[in-house]
Ligand binder design. Structure first.
Ligand code: F6R
Length: 234
């Protein structure tokens, strides 16, 4: 893992922009994207930049079950607001949170991910070490699946909703096996509440109990962390 330490999240976004530019220069066509508060400054930088994604494809990591793309809390909406409205891709894909049949939806998304092999995958990390919505205990070989979110993830997500009861309890997520197939992985983590997960990911044993620790087995991972998220590292 290549670890880049930055002062704060704003600087992190600027570093991430360089990684995206390099990927485009190297001919990467398919970008795996994430939502949440972590990539926000990265998307701000991409939007401000002269990058052109009109010949690129995007595939997102995950989507809540039960939310329509127009729902302001859906990840489809988040991506439009933060990136796609300003920087449209040739094609953009997310799991369909309204799909009637979960198994079929997972199969559809896996086929799509086989067709569009991810060149650069952007990731955040949960406080419990999750990547995508692959919670502790998830298989390292996993494909797209419907996940029951853990209480800690539901609590963390409740800040975006008016009532905790409105926070979806399920999501579709790319599996760890698929994430690991990406050519390059860029993981970002900012803030003190990510420090333990970052330490476990980089310095701990590789274990399904810390899903992000699997990245130690990937040959091309860039980690961008701020001082607070790096504060427990040796
Ligand atoms: C989002 C995702 C999640 C988040 C993680 C961190 O698409 O896959 O794994 O990256 O929950 O969330 P934030 O960035 O809100 O702290």
């Amino acid at each position: 893992m290549k670890v880049i330490k930055v002062k704060d999240q704003v600087e992190g976004g600027k570093e991430a922009l360089k990684v995206f530019k390099e990927a485009l220069d190297n001919g990467v066509k398919v970008f795996g994207l994430a939502t949440g508060s972590t990539p926000e400054t990265t998307y701000d930088e991409l939007v401000k930049s002269d990058i052109d994604f009109s010949n690129s494809i995007s595939v997102n990591l995950d989507e809540y079950v039960g939310l329509k793309p127009e729902d302001e809390q859906s990840y489809a909406y988040f991506m439009k607001e933060h990136l796609f409205n300003a920087k449209p891709f040739a094609k953009s894909f997310l799991p369909n949170g309204m799909a009637e049949d979960a198994d079929q939806e997972c199969e559809r998304y896996d086929k799509l991910l086989e067709e569009y092999h991810v060149g650069l995958q952007l990731l955040g990390i949960g406080r419990n070490g999750h990547i995508g919505f692959n919670e502790p205990g998830s298989s390292f070989d996993g494909k797209t699946h419907k996940v029951a979110l853990t209480q800690s993830t539901i609590n963390a997500n409740s800040r975006f909703f008016d009532n905790e009861e409105d926070v979806p309890k399920y999501a579709y997520s790319m599996g760890i096996g698929t994430i690991m197939k990406s050519d390059t992985i860029l993981l970002e983590a900012f803030g003190k509440n990510k420090a333990e997960a970052v330490k476990a990911m980089i310095e701990g044993p590789v274990t399904p109990e810390v899903p992000a620790s699997v990245l130690q087995n990937h040959p091309d991972v860039v980690v961008i962390i701020d001082e607070e998220a790096a504060s427990l590292l040796k």
